[in-house]
Design a protein around this ligand. Structure first.
Ligand SMILES: [Ca+2]
Ligand SMILES: [Ca+2]
Length: 250
């Protein structure tokens, strides 16, 4: 009899403990959710945006972090009209220039319209050519085949509010122009991207593979929290975008 009473009390005590823990977890969840909503409202994140941060077997860190490098190939999931606008429905890099062979690089986002390729260090030289102003790293994915009117959008997490200096790792066959929007509002106006064309390179197709990094292409103010950043191709196109570097200034 005494044993049974003790057992019932033990069960009641355990149940109470589980109940308290569940209640606490629920409070934590609701608290975290409310903080998230408040941060999003404060940051200006568009409430009706349906895109979501990119993720795959290699990259699954959620929204890209600012300050830091925004990798252009990790534009959001969501498709045409939501996470990007592309002038046709095929990926001219993955599965075309880079034939489908089961590899991560050749098949990167193969079924999406945004055109993606990667830097190749070969002999004879492709992206490791002597006409580079700044040598890229090898096997770096980039958005290419760009035309005016195209854009790609990113959900980012700004860790530190303030003024940011932007730099870009790119190639430009001609003098193109880009612009950057924050939460769908233009933040920069047209930015000139100087040509990396080199007349003395007699290999015509390699004019799209002369890499350069330029700093201070623009300065923008960012609030803390989740934001969307949109990279627009404004004029000429013919540019490849590896990454945009966001450096906190003040
Ligand atoms: Ca395309
Ligand atoms: Ca990249």
């Amino acid at each position: 009899m005494v044993k049974s009473v003790l057992f019932i009390r033990l069960v009641q005590s355990k149940n109470r403990e589980i109940f308290i823990r569940m209640k606490k977890n629920r409070i934590n969840f609701v608290y975290a959710f409310c903080i998230g909503v408040l941060l999003s409202c404060h940051s200006g994140f568009p409430g009706d945006y349906k895109g979501t941060p990119y993720a795959d077997i290699k990259y699954h860190a959620g929204p890209q972090i600012i300050p830091g490098k925004l990798q252009c190939e990790y534009y959001d999931f969501g498709g045409e009209g939501i996470a990007y606008h592309d002038s046709d429905s095929i990926n001219s890099g993955s599965g075309r220039l880079n034939p489908a062979d089961g590899s991560y690089l050749n098949e990167f986002r193969i079924n999406e319209a945004v055109d993606v390729s990667f830097t190749k260090f070969r002999d004879p030289p492709i992206d490791n050519n002597p006409y580079n102003l700044v040598e890229p790293e090898k096997d770096q994915l980039y958005v290419g085949w760009t035309s005016p009117g195209e854009w790609v959008k990113y959900t980012v997490n700004v860790i530190k509010a303030g003024n940011y200096q932007l730099g870009i790792m790119y190639t430009s066959n001609k003098n193109g122009k880009i612009s950057i929007s924050v939460n769908d509002k233009d933040a920069t106006g047209p930015i000139s991207i100087p040509s990396t064309f080199v007349e003395s390179d007699s290999v015509a197709w390699r004019q799209w593979h002369h890499w350069n990094y330029i700093d201070r292409i623009a300065f923008i103010d960012l609030k803390q929290g989740l934001q969307t950043i949109t990279l627009h191709t404004v004029e000429i196109g013919q540019m490849n975008y590896d990454y945009i570097n966001f450096k906190w200034v003040k």
